[in-house]
Write a protein that binds this ligand. Structure first.
Ligand SMILES: Nc1ncnc2c1ncn2[C@@H]1O[C@H](COP(=O)(O)OP(=O)(O)OP(=O)(O)O)[C@@H](O)[C@H]1O
Length: 311
């Protein structure tokens, strides 16, 4: 039998008084997947993550977590860990004491796993420092360590990269990727499209409580239509001439940085493929080819512009 989905949501709605925070959400997250939630402020990301963590219940719809229907009681479904709005920590306790206390809350043997969890998130050196003095990034890492202690099969994180420096981010991305490799599903929200693209296999974009896209990142690129691409070649003049003649390609200009001779073109993927073939046939080496704005960012911007226009 197939393993159950980590998350299966159908027609989930959630209102706060007059405000419709979630308006018929469908979501599927497979085990071992890292699934990103993106969307403008107020789109419903935190509300949805809260439902997965059992911090609130949906008004209607069906939510199955790790194959089990979620009931009406406010409690974290078995096998789920994480946090929204920052991890709940005891400021006067050290990092280690926080984990001991949190493990005790979960009825776990407090002696095992704590050092490993601290090590995993890179907090071993400050294990005996009080959480009060921790930066936002360190608190995020400690919250992640607390979640890891419970050995979750679904990890739910709201903006886990907030406050992390580039090294911290890389470290946390590594932890999440390794967890996913062992079968744990991760659902996280972020306003950073580059983070989502670096980390996630799938993404759901929400806008005003509705799903506007859900699926693999590659599918988003395919659905995105024409994007602007930056092409750096061994022969900028010839590349520009070939691009101007290529069907379905619009030359947008050149790079914006001083001395940058990269060509910027707007095209659908097949037209871009044909341009690359023409460049290669003309012995022009393609040294760099990347979207000026990533597919996720482009989809996100289109969506927010649409939302502004609808207001
Ligand atoms: N406890 C609450 N009481 C009243 N309204 C709420 C509550 N929680 C969320 N909302 C409203 O529900 C909508 C969705 O909010 P939510 O926090 O889920 O969005 P979000 O996508 O996480 O936003 P952000 O990116 O700003 O964190 C918003 O209009 C918000 O004002």
């Amino acid at each position: 039998m197939d393993a159950p989905l980590a998350v299966r949501a159908r027609g989930i709605t959630k209102c706060f008084g007059e405000v419709v925070a979630l308006d018929g959400i469908d979501l599927e997250v497979g085990q071992g997947r890292i699934h990103g939630l993106a969307g403008p402020n107020g789109a419903g990301k935190t509300t949805l993550l809260g439902l997965l963590l059992g911090l609130a219940v949906a008004d209607s719809g069906r939510l199955d977590i790790l194959g089990t229907p979620v009931g009406r009681a406010l409690s974290a479904p078995e096998g789920v860990a994480g946090f929204v709005d920052g991890p709940g920590l005891y400021p006067s306790l050290t990092a280690r004491q926080n984990l001991v206390a949190l493990a005790a809350l979960h009825g776990r043997d407090t002696r095992t796993g704590i050092d490993a969890a601290l090590e995993q998130v890179g907090l071993t050196d400050v294990a005996d420092d009080r959480a009060r003095g921790f930066s936002l990034g360190m608190r995020q890492r400690l919250g992640l360590a607390a979640a890891l202690l419970t050995r979750p099969r679904l990890l739910v994180l709201d903006e886990p990269s907030n406050g992390l420096d580039p090294a911290g981010k890389k470290h946390v991305h590594g932890v999440l990727s390794r967890l996913a490799e062992t079968g744990t599903a991760v659902v996280l929200s972020s306003h950073r499209m580059d983070d989502l693209e670096a980390l996630c296999s799938d993404v759901t974009i929400l806008a005003t409580g509705r799903v506007v896209f859900s699926g693999p990142l590659g599918k988003l690129a395919a659905e995105n239509g024409e994007l602007a691409y930056r092409i750096r070649t061994s022969d900028p003049l010839t590349a520009r001439r070939l691009a101007a003649d290529a069907p379905g390609v619009v030359v947008d200009g050149t790079g914006t940085r001083p001395g940058d001779e990269a060509l910027v073109v707007r095209a659908l993927v097949p037209a871009l493929d044909e341009l690359v073939a023409r460049l290669v046939r003309a012995s022009v080496a393609v040294r760099e080819l990347a979207p000026v704005v990533s597919p996720l960012e482009a989809a996100f911007l289109t969506l927010t512009e649409q939302q502004e226009a609808d207001r």
